[in-house]
Design a protein around this ligand. Structure first.
Ligand SMILES: [Zn+2]
Length: 380
């Protein structure tokens, strides 16, 4: 009825006692719930042939410009040839003049308005880009190629200034048409620079790192506070043996080894599912040991974020995380589940790696030699 691969997948699906009924999951979303945006994505990428809509070009040069999104959108519009200049509007049947609003001497297409118009050339001169613009104009005659060539030659900072000047020239043209306001050419340039500086200043303020735990505290392993134990958990994925190894290590308030556990399952699954199963296993095992308050630590941000999230997730991963929450809420008081960097989770990582090679599951009452040196270092 099923092929070999499907059989292996079905047999490998972890059965969870908290799930009694089957339900349909939407494969377009990681959490299994239908959304219009994911359906659109599937339609566009999988069901429809959209290859005829693709336009060749160095698009990363456009999207990597460090400038406000409205500026990048404008550059994108020009390069996709959907920039609403007079010539283009007339091509689309709009009854309007095709004369350039700035010089009133030529047809207003993207090449002319943004590069060739005497008014714009004065602005490029003030911005120090006249050479690069005229070189590009000499070699090419359509706006996308001109812009891609210019972006290719400019540094990151210059690309941002160049794109903002394009935006400011377009604004100058619109001010002239819609508000009957003539922006002086030096103002066109300074508006671009001021806008870019303001945008950068806001970004610096909003992206200043706060006193987050991740950066300082959890780069190296730390002992739990008095009266608590720490339980580090990790999963390791071995393609050669098609196994997922789980390593769990418990240490006391002095940093001394208490117990460790290694186990594995097959076949290999997605990383976040393996890490989530590791947490579930650790929560169950540590509860059996009746250790008191436990600080659980693992280096999977996705698992820890999901553990603390209240967003409903119907996927297999979500079900495992629900189970983790259930066990934690039922059996643990004054305990925690936290994310740590990989460097602070070395012991569990080594155990998980060893687990993929091990013949059977093991509960270790003495520290195995593979983690000896790490335990000693981390006790110091
Ligand atoms: Zn003009």
């Amino acid at each position: 009825m099923f092929d070999q691969i499907s059989v292996a997948r079905i047999l490998a699906t972890p059965l969870n006692p908290s799930v009694s009924d089957d339900r349909r999951l939407w494969r377009g979303e990681s959490k299994g719930e239908y959304s219009i945006i994911s359906a659109y994505r599937i339609c566009v990428h999988e069901l429809l042939d959209t290859s005829h809509l693709r336009v060749n070009g160095s698009w990363n040069l456009v999207w990597n410009i460090e400038a406000p999104p409205k500026v990048k959108n404008l550059v994108w519009c020009v390069c996709r040839k959907c920039f609403p200049t007079h010539v283009r509007l007339r091509d689309k049947g709009v009854d309007c003049t095709q004369i350039c609003a700035l010089c009133v001497g030529n047809n207003e297409d993207s090449e002319h308005l943004l590069c060739n118009c005497p008014s714009s050339q004065n602005v490029w001169n003030m911005a120090g880009f006249s050479q690069v613009v005229s070189n590009a104009l000499a070699n090419n005659n359509d706006a996308p190629t001109i812009i891609f060539q210019i972006l290719q030659q400019l540094s990151k900072d210059d690309s941002a200034v160049f794109a903002c000047v394009l935006w400011s020239i377009w604004k100058q043209r619109n001010n002239q048409i819609w508000n009957n306001v003539i922006d002086a050419q030096h103002f066109v340039f300074s508006r671009a620079i001021n806008m870019l500086q303001d945008w950068k200043a806001v970004r610096i303020v909003t992206s200043k790192p706060g006193p987050t735990v991740q950066d300082s505290a959890v780069r190296s392993w730390r002992r739990p506070t008095t009266g608590r134990v720490k339980c580090n958990i990790d999963a390791s994925f071995s393609p050669s043996s098609d196994r997922v190894g789980i390593g769990i290590c418990i240490r006391d308030e002095h940093g001394a080894f208490v117990l460790a556990k290694t186990e594995w399952f097959t076949p290999k699954c997605e990383v976040h599912i393996g890490e989530a199963l590791g947490l579930l296993s650790a929560l169950k095992w540590a509860h059996e040991l009746q250790l008191g308050p436990v600080d659980f630590e693992l280096d999977s941000k996705r698992v820890v974020d999901s553990f603390h999230s209240s967003v409903k997730d119907y996927s297999e991963f979500g079900v495992i995380m629900d189970h983790c929450n259930l066990v934690f809420n039922n059996y643990y008081r004054n305990s925690s589940v936290e994310f740590v960097r990989r460097q602070a989770n070395e012991v569990a990582h080594c155990l998980a790696k060893a687990a993929t090679l091990s013949a059977s599951f093991q509960i270790l009452v003495h520290a195995p030699s593979c983690i000896d040196h790490i335990l000693i270092n981390e006790m110091l």
